[in-house]
Structure formats: structure tokens, C-alpha cells
Ligand binder design. Structure first.
Ligand SMILES: [Zn+2]
Length: 486
């Protein structure tokens, strides 16, 4: 209380025409308006006066607060402007420890607030300073001070606060009951819960704008009726734009899926590339969750060798985005030290727009494969030479959707190019086959023919000898990623 006088001065000095305000303030107070709502209702522009303790504002306006009002909460803002609300928002934001230098705040108010604002405007015969703007101003100042951030409407760090107030849930009933009302309420039951629709904020505001002042004053009241309870924070959500970390991954063993492979709650592979790389990234970025997006994917039983497959990890709602390249590179080193079957390279923060390269590359990249193939009988030298001859130039395959993916892709014949095909004999029935193909080619199906659904196939090129693929490695994915400019 030692600096109460300075507060009074701030309030007094920031108020133009204080005599006009003093004249109406007691009336507003008696009708349940809090100190800040008195400023709003007397058109005090948003500024430092709104940051002062309510007691100081009362004192500056010479309002006798010992005269008990029958209201326990503000009838205009439903006590959303109480210090307690701003303490909650500031404290919760601080706890999350986001390293953002800016924030923006969005507010969702109960419908009754808008009706009460209109009712007060009729009473004071003038516009009332908008509650949302006041909430944003005060909470912005409080958070800026407590967390050293700047308020910026374009910030990628959003604080979303929604309020609810049981007591005034039916404030808009007079608008619903009005003759010719455009609000059409529908009630229905879903999974044992009762719902009503039709009285959305938009519908209520549209109907309210059609009402004459006299209708609002007589059907609802002006000034707004007193309330006993304060509104509460219904939800407080902190949303930050994703952080993207790109790189290339290698899979040195088989039976590792790209993302967790779970069927009916049972894990089908012990490891996934996504978790091996994503978990340490999650620890760095302190994000809620993450997704790995690869430039295509190999089956779990296919290794990914060579320079690795381009990918990025999207960190959802990261607390930290100022992460040094050193810390990121340590993840690569750690995986090498642990002898992990999943490795990564060129791991780095990328720009959100760089994720496009992965999606666009989907169509125009080429891939190099190496397969271990078994033939039902040994191929003659001539057959081998013939296959290599055909394979030295481009081969166009007609590839019908493979049987094994028919459950998720519609049946369609797609032409796919093999840019190069080379076969060498290992021993007995075993052959090594190197293939360079355009994106989207099903290699396993090219080898065995998929019951005639892929044509030609390695089996058909060998004169119809049954062929089966035993092992497959991806040796290279030709896509320049992550971009060097980063
Ligand atoms: Zn208020």
C-alpha cells in the first residue's frame, strides 16, 4: 500500500475529463460494474489506467466501496477482469517455459458478455470499450513483464483462453423467444449426452444486432442484471508453431518400421526409425509429440543404406526452438556410439517451407535398390545377358496396385519406369539384382510379377521362371535434402 499514491496519480493523470467519469461512476458501481468496467463504460481508452489495482481506481474516482453492492461479481465482465484470472494465465504460461520471444493472445468469451455489453451501451448511451481488447492488453502486459516477451499479433506462439459462466448461460433466451427469431435451437442426444445447436455466438450476435435498444432494455434489462458468481477459465491452451528438424536416416538392420507398426494394439516391430530419432529430439525440443515424414518409405524388412533417406521430424508445440546445432548433432553421435541399427545424418533445423521438398520429391526422385533374388531354376548365360541387355535402357512397367496394398490403395494400372536393371549370379539359385527406378515403383512386385499384375517382371524377363525376392536394400534416394542453404 506504500505506493498507493503513485497508483492514484497514474489513474488520475491518465483520465481525461475525470469529472465526467466521477459523476457516473457511483451509479455504475451500484449496478455491479467493477472498477475496470467503469473505465470501459466511461470510454477511457485502453492504457495504463487499466493496469492499476481496482482499489486505486475506486479511490481515484472517489467511489465509496463500503457501500455494499448486492452483486458479488461484475455484471459487465463477469469478473473476468479480476486479478486472479490474469494471475492464472500468467502463472500457467510461465510454468510451460516456452522460449518464444513473442506471444499473441486470443480470447473466447461467453455469449452473455456481448449481450451485457450491449445492455450497458444502452444504459450509458455510448459505446463500451471492448472487453476482449482489455483482456488482451492486461494479460499481454502481465505476461510481457513476467516472462520477458513482446506481444505480437503475428507471433507463432498463441495463448488461447476461453471462459465460461454457468449463471448467465441463458442470457440470450430472450433472443431465442423473440417472435420471428432467426435462432433455431435443435436438441439431440448422442452417446447419452444432450446437445443443443443453433445458438452459436454468430447466431446470437446476428439476432442481437436486429434488436432495437428498447427491446433489449425491456426484455433483458439495462443496465445488465446483477450476477452472484464470477466466470471461470474453461480452457487455457498454449499453441506454438511446429519446429521442423530434417536429415537423412539409415536403417542398417531389417524388421524396423519407419513409424511404430502396431496392429490391434500389438507391436509388430520392436523398433521404429521415428522413435529412435524422434525421442531424443523430443527431449531437446520439449514438444508434446512428433511426427516423422519420410521421402517415401521402405518396408520394415528392407534396409535403408547409402546416404540414407531424406526425412523431417515435426515437433508439435515445442517449448524450445532455440536449439544449437551442436546439441542436434550430438543425437547423430549418440546413435553411432550406441551402435544403433538406425542412424541419421545431416540432422538440422529446417525452415517450415523446406518440408515441401520432401513432399514434392515424392514424384520426381529416383531410387537405387539392391535385391537378393532366388530363381526356381538356374538361369542360362544367354538369359542373364538378355536381361542385362534389356536393363541397359529404360523399361516401362505396367504396374497394377499390388495385392498386399489393395486394402489401402484403389486398383489402378500405373506405368512406372525402371531406369536401369542389372543382374549378376551369386551361386546356385541366388542372384543379385540392382535396380534404379522412379518413385512409386513396387520392387518386390517387379521381381515376382504379383500374379501377372506387374508386367514385364523379372520373372517374365527370365522366360517365366519363378522368381522370389529374399532381401531388399535401398541404396540411394536421389533427393537433395536437407537443402544446403540452411
Ligand atoms: Zn468488470
Amino acid at each position: 500500500m506504500s505506493n498507493a499514491n503513485t497508483h492514484v496519480n497514474v489513474v488520475t493523470e491518465s483520465l481525461d475529463n475525470i469529472q465526467r467519469i466521477k459523476a457516473v461512476a457511483p451509479g455504475l458501481h451500484a449496478n455491479g460494474a467493477c472498477a475496470l468496467c467503469i473505465l470501459r463504460a466511461t470510454q477511457v481508452p485502453i492504457g495504463p489506467a487499466y493496469l492499476q489495482p481496482q482499489a486505486d481506481i475506486h479511490r481515484a474516482l472517489e467511489i465509496d466501496t463500503s457501500v455494499a453492492s448486492t452483486a458479488s461479481a461484475c455484471s459487465l465482465c463477469l469478473s473476468i477482469l479480476s486479478p486472479d484470472i490474469f494471475d492464472q494465465i500468467t502463472l500457467k504460461y510461465k510454468e510451460q517455459a516456452f522460449d518464444s520471444s513473442t506471444v499473441c493472445i486470443s480470447v473466447e468469451l461467453p455469449k452473455s458478455i456481448y449481450i451485457r455489453q450491449r445492455s450497458m451501451q444502452i444504459y450509458v448511451k455510448s459505446a463500451v470499450i471492448d472487453l476482449k481488447d482489455v483482456i488482451k492488453y492486461i494479460s499481454g502486459n502481465r505476461i510481457a513483464e513476467a516472462c520477458d516477451v513482446a506481444i505480437d499479433g503475428d507471433s507463432d506462439m498463441r495463448i488461447e483462453c476461453a471462459f465460461r459462466h454457468e449463471e448467465t448461460l441463458l442470457d440470450h433466451q430472450f433472443l431465442v423467444d423473440r417472435e420471428g427469431s432467426s435462432i433455431k435451437i435443435k436438441s439431440f442426444r448422442k452417446k447419452g449426452i444432450d446437445y443443443t445447436t443453433g445458438d452459436s455466438l454468430g447466431a446470437v450476435l446476428a439476432e442481437l444486432s436486429k434488436c432495437d435498444d428498447s427491446v433489449v432494455a425491456s426484455k433483458f434489462g439495462s443496465p445488465p442484471p446483477l450476477v452472484k458468481t464470477a466466470a471461470e477459465i474453461e480452457s487455457l491452451v498454449f499453441r506454438r508453431a511446429s519446429l521442423f528438424i530434417g536429415g537423412r536416416y539409415l536403417k542398417l538392420q531389417r524388421n524396423i518400421s519407419q513409424t511404430p507398426f502396431v496392429v490391434d494394439g500389438k507391436r509388430m516391430t520392436e523398433l521404429s526409425v521415428s522413435e529412435v530419432i524422434g525421442e531424443p529430439i523430443k527431449e531437446l525440443a520439449l514438444c508434446d509429440s512428433y511426427n516423422l515424414v519420410g521421402s517415401g518409405r521402405e518396408d520394415a524388412d528392407v534396409r535403408m543404406l547409402g546416404d540414407g533417406r531424406p526425412f523431417y521430424i515435426e515437433c508439435i508445440n515445442p517449448r524450445k526452438t532455440n536449439i544449437s546445432q551442436d546439441l542436434i548433432s550430438q543425437i547423430e553421435d549418440q546413435l553411432i556410439q550406441e551402435n544403433s541399427p538406425v542412424q541419421c545424418r545431416l540432422l538440422q533445423i529446417i525452415k517450415p517451407e523446406d518440408t515441401r521438398i520432401i513432399k514434392e520429391g515424392e514424384e520426381n526422385k529416383t531410387k537405387h535398390y539392391c535385391a537378393l533374388v532366388w530363381f526356381a531354376s538356374v538361369l542360362s548365360k544367354e538369359t542373364l545377358e538378355e536381361i542385362n541387355q534389356v536393363g541397359s535402357s529404360e523399361i516401362v512397367l505396367q504396374q497394377n496396385t499390388p495385392i498386399r496394398v489393395l486394402h489401402r490403395r484403389s486398383p489402378l494400372v500405373r506405368p512406372r519406369k525402371l531406369l536401369r536393371l542389372e543382374i549378376t549370379h551369386i551361386e546356385g539359385h541366388f542372384y543379385k539384382v540392382r535396380i534404379e527406378s522412379e518413385a512409386g515403383t513396387y520392387i518386390k512386385e517387379f521381381v515376382h510379377g504379383d500374379l501377372g499384375r506387374t508386367s514385364p517382371s523379372l520373372s517374365s524377363l527370365a522366360g517365366g521362371i519363378v522368381a522370389d525376392i529374399l532381401e531388399l536394400d535401398v541404396e540411394n534416394v536421389s533427393l537433395d535434402f536437407p537443402p544446403k542453404s540452411v
